[in-house]
Design a protein around this ligand. Structure first.
Ligand code: PXP
Length: 259
């Protein structure tokens, strides 16, 4: 199982002060030394963390492949085509959101998506679609002719947190919290089964499968056990742990859990 480390959160800390440190560029050699396989960054339209100059420097200096997440916005796609990252993961974006809250609606965005995919292919950039785990989404992704899909694991992560008490990371109502443990367990199992069977369907359609969002040291193993998922992209939990252990140890610990 490959690990992409999402280093945006280093830039979140820097942007809190609008100064030079910590610089996400300094993470590149550490991520590689710790054994991760990919650097992931998100160039948001609101530039709340990664700035254009970060993306330029990271793509230029990284010896690992860079997976650049971005929205379908034409202005961003133009920048991305110039930057030429190894892969682009197309994600939904809302200015008011704290983080990417769900997968890309590839049906209602079909027209824009077709144009963006054509353009990225002209620039020989590998493409991944960040989607919610549904069969319709998988089948439609194959029709778009992309190489990768990435399943949004937010629902799985939220259910896990509700069930096993990692409540600080969830945004659910009291009513949701009152669901019986049994019901939550069933929902969690069902979501895992969905992820497992859809990964298999995607692979059979010739798609490579990644997964990410909300994965952490407690919940990652059941996802890592799904053989047809090739790669996990993880940010928040690794950078959070790195505050206490250092980045290298935080990545090594995660690699250990998913190998
Ligand atoms: N994958 C994608 C496509 C994302 O948008 C994000 C969040 O930026 C992640 C993975 C990582 O999520 P987290 O920070 O919750 O680990």
């Amino acid at each position: 199982m490959k690990l992409g480390v999402n280093i945006d959160h280093i830039a979140v800390l820097r942007e809190a002060r609008k100064i030079a440190d910590p610089n996400p560029l300094d993470a590149l050699s550490i991520v590689k030394r710790a054994g991760a396989e990919q650097i992931t960054i998100h160039l948001r339209e609101d530039r709340r963390h990664i700035q254009d100059i970060d993306a330029v420097n990271i793509i230029y200096h990284a010896s690992l492949p860079v997976n650049l997440e971005c929205a379908l916005a034409p202005e961003i796609i133009d920048i991305v085509c110039e930057l030429q990252p190894h892969r682009v993961t197309l994600v939904p974006e809302k200015r008011e959101e704290v983080t990417t809250e769900g997968g890309l609606d590839i049906f209602s965005n079909a027209e824009a998506l077709t144009k963006v995919i054509r353009k990225l292919k002209q620039h020989e950039i590998e493409i991944s679609l960040f989607i919610d785990p549904t069969l319709d989404n998988v089948e439609m992704s194959e029709k778009f002719g992309v190489e990768w899909i990435e399943f949004h694991t937010g629902k799985y992560a939220n259910l896990y947190a509700m069930l096993y008490g990692n409540l600080a990371n969830t945004h659910h109502s009291i009513k949701e919290l009152e669901r019986s443990r049994m019901e939550l367990k069933e929902m969690l199992e069902e979501e895992l089964l969905t992820l497992r069977s859809l990964s298999c369907s995607a692979m059979e359609l010739g798609l490579k499968v990644a997964a990410g969002h909300g994965l952490n040291y407690q919940n990652v193993q059941a996802i890592a056990d799904i053989e047809t998922i090739e790669e996990l992209n993880i940010g928040q939990s690794i950078i959070a742990r790195s505050v206490f252990t250092g980045l290298e140890t935080a990545i090594i610990d995660m690699k250990e859990l998913i190998k």
